[in-house]
Design a protein around this ligand. Sequence first.
Ligand SMILES: NC(=O)c1ccc[n+]([C@@H]2O[C@H](COP(=O)([O-])OP(=O)(O)OC[C@H]3O[C@@H](n4cnc5c(N)ncnc54)[C@H](O)[C@@H]3O)[C@@H](O)[C@H]2O)c1
Length: 440
Amino acid sequence: MVDGKAKLIGMIEDRTAKVGIIGLGYVGLPLAIHFGQSGFNVIGFDSDSEKIDKLLKGESYIKHVSIVPVTEMIETGRFDVTSDFERLKAVDCILICVPTPLTEKMEPDLTYLVETTETIARHLRAGQLVVLESTTYPGTTEEMILPRLRAGGMEAGSDFFLAYSPEREDPGNKTFSASNTPKIVGGTTPACLDIAQALYNCITRAVPVSSTRAAELVKILENTFRSVNIALVNELKVLSHKMDIDIFEVIDAAATKPFGYSPFYPGPGLGGHCIPIDPFYLSWKAREYDFSTRFIHLAGEINVSMPHYVIEKTMEALNRDKKSMKGSRILVLGVAYKKDVDDDRESPGYAIMKMLLEKGADVYYNDPWIAHLRPTRKYDFQMNSTLLTPELLAETDAVIIVTDHSAYDFGDIVRHSRLVIDTRNATKGITGAGDKIVMA
Ligand SMILES: NC(=O)c1ccc[n+]([C@@H]2O[C@H](COP(=O)([O-])OP(=O)(O)OC[C@H]3O[C@@H](n4cnc5c(N)ncnc54)[C@H](O)[C@@H]3O)[C@@H](O)[C@H]2O)c1
């Protein structure tokens, strides 16, 4: 008799296993395309029916994700998208890619994950593999997901299989995608690990670790590493301004060292769904062990102070020009959290805009990829992106470069502006601007 494990691995290897992906956002949609292109039939599930309608109409809602492969896969019957979770029964491998944000009190908000797990539990059948891909604290798969899936009487490792494999998506990265980025995999039991490893080996190189908890911590280590190193260069940036040393020149020079150093760059503060959030998942969990994650807190403190620093530098520069912040016309260039993406989650641009408005400035923004500012958990600006013209720049008291999108011609921007506050080194190499450019 063929056991459940051998059967599922066989189906994965001959691509007859059907893959279901829950949450078709920045992580889930590219992953669905990737599995489809690796020969699997895929069903994408999302509770947002607008997203499903868009995909079916041939429209992408993520700038850097082309709709072409999605439409091609839908037309050839290899990809289907739905909000009907009854269809979970029809898939063999279920990958969870739903959001894991923080609450107002900076604690893990597992609402989406709990809801998804309960939906899976209602439809779980013998022989299925469930993998969590969302970023979370060590212990989530074992403590939150496993008991809910076992509640129906089935056992992990024999009846169904459970694993954790963190997503390593870097939106907009043209060098590394899902196909050439190894995937960490941890299983609830050895059988769970073997199956998950077999699945991910079909799309890239799977790297096994001893448990789901270790795999969960790998992801948080990776993001905490970035957060701490960015905080280090942000702090050094403030010092280097006082010392009149160009921090970007220093970082680039240090990066010529072929060992023991990796470059990280300062900016207006942290943004995106991962780096400002994930470390706090760990510090929350650490409290259960009476342990304080001091590096995480210090890095968070420094990174959160960066928008304040940008405001301070802007006020100083306006003051130099005999202007007050109150009443000044200020243009924020870029509200995406990094260049060339249309993702504004946790953007430091919003913290900057809020402070500018509180200080009485007349604030507007431009972002070629974000036409309208939707309300977020913290902010509700209700603004539309302003058309970037020489006339607009000429009548603006200060332009703050928050995001260095490739679409911007910074030479032109500096030429037409009165004052440019550069938080990204976007004006590097522009000469003849006198003291018009202020690094912040
Ligand atoms: N964005 C990134 O670059 C990135 C990188 C690595 C890891 N991650 C992690 O991956 C996870 C997903 O992030 P994302 O950026 O793709 O989020 P996202 O908001 O872009 O996408 C999540 C999707 O899940 C859907 N959803 C929410 N609740 C649902 C439910 N109950 N059932 C079905 N669908 C539901 C939403 O409608 C949305 O389409 C998070 O844990 C995040 O930390 C994100």
